[in-house]
Design a binder for this molecule. Sequence first.
Ligand code: FMN
Length: 220
Amino acid sequence: MDSAISAQSDKITPRLSAPKINMKNYSLEFDALVKSRRSTRKYNGKLPSDAVLASVIAAGRYAPSGFNSQGTHIIVVKTPAIIASFNTALTAILKIVPLSEKTPPMLAGLVKQAQTAEISVTYGAPVVILVASKTGYVNAVKDTSCVMENMQLAATANCIGSCWINFFGMFGNAAPLKAIYESIGLQKDEEVQAALVLGESDDIATTSILRENGNPVTFA
Ligand SMILES: Cc1cc2nc3c(=O)[nH]c(=O)nc-3n(C[C@H](O)[C@H](O)[C@H](O)COP(=O)(O)O)c2cc1C
């Protein structure tokens, strides 16, 4: 297991004393990076290299956190059998989700599919990264979202596809999923908030930029 992946068990080193970075040496091309990040839903099965994976994980670990708590737990899953077990567990969970008029159409569609066959919510991606927080922590969702976005941008910067998958957090406390999480390192006082699938994709080179038509802005 490489050092970045086992880093969760390291003591967290405060970054306040880290050497200062001369920002002039960086060519961030930030605008292009942000605009070219898109959700990837087709993977070619190839694992990202260890160096790329380490870069994505490092980006997550450098995310800001409330009170600088750096308490988000990143669990990196590369084992195909474990990823398959996620999909089996999520199929079992989804097929008994009660449907109502308020159920989002995408979720309703998946529930109906799960009632007839095993489904995959991971799009064939070879890596699933679970992002967990302490249960009930006041900044749980905010901190994990910062980690998620940093990792997605790092994946994009490394020409790796990624996609946030809701169901891992949404149904994270359901028995079959929780049992898998705990068997791969989730602590008893933690809960999975979010999950990112990632991997190489042949679609990345041709991804188009999303039109900016939402997220209204008000100046005052
Ligand atoms: C909180 C959150 C949950 C999401 N859950 C899913 C999901 O379960 N499955 C999926 O295919 N995409 C999921 N997405 C991706 C969004 O559908 C996607 O970000 C959105 O359509 C905009 O497209 P873009 O990411 O390509 O810019 C999620 C995104 C966010 C931020």
